[in-house]
Structures are given as structure tokens and as C-alpha cells.
Design a protein around this ligand. Structure first.
Ligand SMILES: [Zn+2]
Length: 304
């Protein structure tokens, strides 16, 4: 029986199906180095670079709010066992500094080298917008940083990481082109992206959209009356046909904007988390495709 399990797990590992064989649950058969990431988007990108050479996990689960996440004692234990921790940086993971203080694992900031866009409004004005991964071009830089960090962690696999990284960057270019073509084809008066969180600065820059939001960065206190009034004013003034909200926050404030303006609720966009495997965006490439399609469909009045 033990031999059978070994064989099944070896087969599963080669097919990247790890859950029953010492994957995220932490079994003893899997001796690969463990790379711990702070959220699901990074975990997916890192898995593409790591291939089957490393075990990649995410501290936060699909759907989690990641800006103000509170690490659990189990998270701290997991971090202590990790061989490398990857965080986004750019002030995304407010909880991360405290978290690494309690862990000895080395860590790498994957946004290193990205040209940040400054936040334009509210308490965070002038700080870097953390959502750099909403530009697939930037994710190419994330990939280079991962290739480097993984090659230091497991130098014998450096050529594999480089090849995986190059193959993934080709896919990033494909999805970047799809996104830019779809969104920059929108008529000029429909190129406004109004969302709950100001998470789309990089995507808006890449695609020529004007970005407006209710609040700048997810935090405990969201959507003051002034922020909602400001969004309503913009939507009315520019006759914006549809507005959006993100999967990890309540859409109640945006529903207020909808009822005050008559704009349509254009749908749920994914930024700070992937969906589960059965949901609409199990991977980062799906996330970019899903958001582009949802935005275009809502702003042009087409059915998605
Ligand atoms: Zn966010």
C-alpha cells in the first residue's frame, strides 16, 4: 500500500496534482524547497516559473482581503518552514513587515525594478500604487526576479527556471496584446474605468483608460460620504455607462453610485485575489482576460 501511494504520488507530482501527496497540506514525501507567497496571484505566477522543481504556496486563500490581512499562528509556523518567501512590496502587504520579523526565512520583493505609479488621492497620496501586477509588462519583471531568486535557492535547476520564465513571458505578452487591443478600441467617450478600489492605475495606463475610484487602497474605513459623492459627480458629468467593483470587497458603496446615477453595474473585477479552481479566474492570465472582457462588454453595452 505504501509503495502504491508512492507510485501514485510520483505520477501525480509529474502531473502537478499535489494536493493528496504532500502538497499544500505539508506531507513528508515532498522534499522540494518550499516557496511561500503572500497571495494567490503571486503563487500562480511563481508556479509557472518553478514548474515542478519547487513547492509554491500562498499564505492567503482565494478571495481573501490582502491589504489588511492578519496572519494566524499557523501562517507564522508555515513561514518558519519555508525556504523562501515572496512578497509584492510597494506597501501592498501592510502586515508583511511584522510577519517576516517573526520568521527567519529569506524573502524577495518581486516588484523590484518596476516603475511605480503614485497614488493621486486620499490619505495614500504620493505613495506607490501597489497593484503593479495589473500590467502584464510589469509581471515580466516579477518573473525575472523570481527566476533569479529560484536559481539562488536551487542552482541546479537554474536553466529550467530560465526556460519556464521565458515561456511564461511569451504568454504575458500575448495577454497584454489582447488586453490593449480590446480596451484601446473603445470609443473615446467610453474610456472611463470607475471601480471601488484604485487598483487599476497600471491597467488604465497601458490601455488609455481614465481611472476613477471610490477609495484609493482597501483599508478598514472604506467609502466616506465625500468619496461616494465624488464618484457620483464623475459618473454623471462624464455620462459613464457602467461602473465596477472588485471581488474582495463589498460592492455596497458602488451600488449607491449606481442608484444615484443610473449607470449600470458592469460586474465584478478581479485584482487582489484569484478565484478558486472552479471560479472564473483560477490563474493570473485568466484574471487579465476576464477583467478586459468584463470592462469592454459593460462599457459598450454588449453582453459578456
Ligand atoms: Zn488592492
Amino acid at each position: 500500500m505504501a509503495n502504491l501511494r508512492k507510485t501514485v504520488c510520483a505520477l501525480a507530482a509529474s502531473a502537478l496534482v499535489l494536493s493528496a501527496c504532500g502538497g499544500p497540506a505539508g506531507g513528508t514525501d515532498d522534499k522540494r524547497p518550499v516557496v511561500l507567497t503572500t497571495f494567490t496571484v503571486l503563487a500562480d505566477i511563481a508556479s509557472n516559473v518553478a514548474g515542478d522543481k519547487l513547492r509554491v504556496e500562498s499564505i492567503t486563500k482565494p478571495g481573501a482581503e490582502i491589504h489588511g490581512y492578519e496572519p494566524t499562528p499557523d501562517d507564522i509556523k508555515k513561514a518558519a518552514k519555508a525556504d523562501l518567501i515572496l512578497d509584492n512590496g510597494l506597501n501592498l502587504e501592510a502586515w508583511f513587515a511584522r510577519f517576516v520579523k517573526e520568521s527567519d526565512a529569506p524573502h524577495k520583493v518581486v516588484s523590484e525594478g518596476v516603475q511605480p505609479i503614485a497614488i493621486g488621492e486620499d490619505a495614500y497620496q504620493g505613495k506607490p500604487n501597489p497593484h503593479a501586477w495589473m500590467s502584464p509588462k510589469n509581471v515580466g519583471i516579477y518573473v525575472d526576479n523570481m527566476v533569479k531568486a529560484f536559481s539562488e535557492l536551487s542552482s541546479g535547476d537554474a536553466a529550467v527556471f530560465k526556460a519556464n520564465g521565458d515561456a511564461y513571458k511569451a504568454k504575458l505578452q500575448g495577454v497584454q496584446d489582447e488586453m490593449t487591443n480590446a480596451l484601446s478600441a473603445l470609443p473615446k467617450n467610453e474610456r472611463a474605468l470607475v471601480t471601488c478600489e484604485g487598483a487599476f492605475s497600471y491597467l488604465a495606463r497601458d490601455t488609455g483608460l481614465t481611472e476613477r475610484y471610490i477609495w484609493a487602497v482597501n483599508a478598514e474605513q472604506q467609502a466616506t460620504p465625500q468619496q461616494i459623492t465624488r464618484a457620483i459627480g464623475f459618473v454623471k458629468e462624464n455620462k459613464v455607462p457602467a461602473v465596477f467593483c472588485e471581488s474582495t470587497v463589498s460592492d455596497a458603496p458602488m451600488r449607491q453610485v449606481v442608484s444615484a446615477t443610473g449607470a449600470a453595474f458592469g460586474g465584478v473585477l478581479f485584482v487582489d485575489s484569484l478565484s478558486g479552481p472552479e471560479g472564473p479566474v483560477p490563474t493570473y492570465l485568466d484574471l487579465i482576460r476576464h477583467d478586459s472582457k468584463t470592462i469592454v462588454a459593460a462599457l459598450t453595452g454588449a453582453k459578456p
